[in-house]
Design a protein around this ligand. Sequence first.
Ligand SMILES: NC(=O)c1ccc[n+]([C@@H]2O[C@H](COP(=O)([O-])OP(=O)(O)OC[C@H]3O[C@@H](n4cnc5c(N)ncnc54)[C@H](O)[C@@H]3O)[C@@H](O)[C@H]2O)c1
Length: 359
Amino acid sequence: MFKPAFWKDRRVFVTGHTGFKGSWLCLWLNDLGAKVTGYALEPPSDPSLFELARIHELIDHRMGDVRDLPALEAALASSEAEVVIHMAAQSLVRYSYAHPVDTFSTNVMGTVHVLDAVRRVPSVRSCVIVTSDKCYFNEEWVWGYREDARLGGHDPYSGSKGAAELVVTAYQNSFFDNERHPDLAAIASARAGNVIGGGDWAVDRLVPDIMRSLLQDKPTLIRSPQATRPWQHVLEPLHGYLMLAERLYADRHQFSSGWNFGPPEESERTVGWIIERLYALWRAEFEWERDRSLGPPESTFLKLDASKARAYLGWRPKLDLETTLTWIVEWFRRHQAGDDLRDVTLSDIHRFMAMPPRG
Ligand SMILES: NC(=O)c1ccc[n+]([C@@H]2O[C@H](COP(=O)([O-])OP(=O)(O)OC[C@H]3O[C@@H](n4cnc5c(N)ncnc54)[C@H](O)[C@@H]3O)[C@@H](O)[C@H]2O)c1
């Protein structure tokens, strides 16, 4: 089970802390009493949760590129971190078609650099590398991918996340083997589903696109209403990453492998269903529209099987999809009302922590 006390005064190095998930994670870690160092480029959107929640006031905020190994290693060494959570990435599928070189260099070589720095910084005991559900070769299966499914990826983003998984396995076998190198950190990778929540303003992501249009009273243009995705509130995978980092720290032998953190089956809904529910919860007085322009190909089915995390980490999702969407609408309503978004986000974190796991 998740142990908040583990994080008190724990030194944690988070890459990608200026992004959507990174901002939620830094607020949560800071609230738990951890000493957080963040390493990332500028926030990837404007507005951003990082700026709205004034996260730079709470942590040791470093601007840096994961493609710059000396700078990354120096930042990690000076942080004296015990736990590393690597989330920095070019995270957008559509952007990856226009910028494949950037995407591969950040997502693949960035991961190489993090792991290479970790093996030379002795303070690090546990390291979680965040990849994606898109690391799997999409077979258009109607059932969920397990951790041993074939890796792959049709587009540059998905391919880069599959490649990052291969990097983790090679580093695990070559440098972090528990038997031969008991002094080195324990490493693992984490694959989450389609993460949604307040404070995401990424371009070409479904929920930010919907919330932007609702805030502007304009219909949303939707490309693939029939596509099914494993939707989950941002706090669900972050909860999984924290549990995994804790377990790696305590028992490196059992947990150094890949882990899926996906939602239960009833949260695997179509894009069309999500937009209908968000429009209803917002009480929108207009309809969304179908975008019929020819975009890059998109898969129809994508599901994750999280049985391993349930069985061995005791991780279970807490929020059903209706509650997740309700929290998102509430978050953006409070943003619209001009409320303090650090308080708003922290109150979601507190109510999430107080909830029991489902199932
Ligand atoms: N949001 C999702 O639905 C989702 C789903 C599965 C996996 N993921 C993964 O989770 C992680 C975080 O996702 P997110 O939604 O917060 O992404 P985001 O785009 O909001 O944030 C990305 C972060 O990475 C940083 N970054 C980008 N390139 C960098 C570079 N070269 N050097 C240093 N920092 C760099 C950005 O500054 C930002 O802090 C990513 O690895 C992403 O691939 C996200």
